[in-house]
Design a protein around this ligand. Structure first.
Ligand SMILES: N[C@@H](CCC(=O)N[C@@H](CS)C(=O)NCC(=O)O)C(=O)O
Length: 214
């Protein structure tokens, strides 16, 4: 059976992404949660993955690490599932925005750490962070218009949605205003049964992470 190695569900945004994609495949899988922010975190993760970072996917003798590589592997393993869009141009678009998320938006990532269960009143954001938020909203609006929603590439939740799911959480946590199609998209993601299942598990989690909690 497939095994996915994750960090704390309250905080691990990189873990959520391939976990959502794995849920979308419908395949059974086991989970291992490695506590983050501990002196032995990297050593513990290295028992599963050479990168010392979560997430990692274990499929028999094969280990795949790094969120986007895991998503790509899942598409190859489950070719009947439209995790990437079937149309080549749409697929290239989906890969572009997924890579843009994977390698970018560092101001937003640094200033607005993912805390899936928390909500704060609106605060002042740096101009660099605001401009990344505007870029993300523009990406979503373009996709929703072009492919008809409710997800970025149409009626099915896919890898691109999974890559941006933690941003939806950041918008909630930091009370970043959303309206129109962006608001509808955020609601569609937040209401996903799989995301709600993740949040339920996060609420039940007893682990604490010192870099993420006072
Ligand atoms: N580029 C990686 C980033 C993975 C990452 O930074 N994971 C964090 C948790 S969300 C981690 O493993 N931290 C462990 C540590 O810092 O010791 C991916 O996309 O999977």
């Amino acid at each position: 059976m497939l095994k996915i190695v994750l960090g704390n569900k309250k905080y691990s945004s990189w873990s959520l992404r391939p976990w959502l994609v794995l849920k979308q495949t419908g395949a059974p899988f086991e989970e291992v949660v490695v506590p983050l922010d501990m002196p032995d975190t990297a050593e513990n993760i290295r028992r599963y993955s050479p990168s010392g970072r979560v997430p990692a996917l274990i499929d028999g003798a094969l280990t795949v690490w790094d969120s986007l590589a895991i998503c790509e592997y899942l598409q190859e393993k489950f070719p009947q599932q439209p995790l990437w869009p079937k149309d080549a141009a749409a697929r290239a678009h989906a890969r572009s925005i997924s890579s843009e998320m994977h390698s970018g938006f560092t101001n937003l990532r640094n200033d607005c750490a993912v805390k899936f269960l928390e909500q704060f009143p609106p605060g002042e954001l740096r101009p660099e962070t605001k401009s990344e938020i505007e870029r993300i909203k523009a990406i979503w609006i373009e996709c929703l218009r072009k492919y008809g929603g409710p997800f970025l590439f149409g009626s099915r939740f896919g890898i691109a949605d999974a890559m941006y799911a933690p941003v939806v959480s950041r918008f909630r946590t930091y009370s970043i205003p959303v309206e129109g199609p962006v608001k509808a998209y955020c609601e569609a993601i937040w209401d996903l049964p799989a995301l709600q299942e993740w949040l339920k598990a996060a609420r039940a989690e007893k682990l604490r992470a010192k870099f993420h909690e006072p």
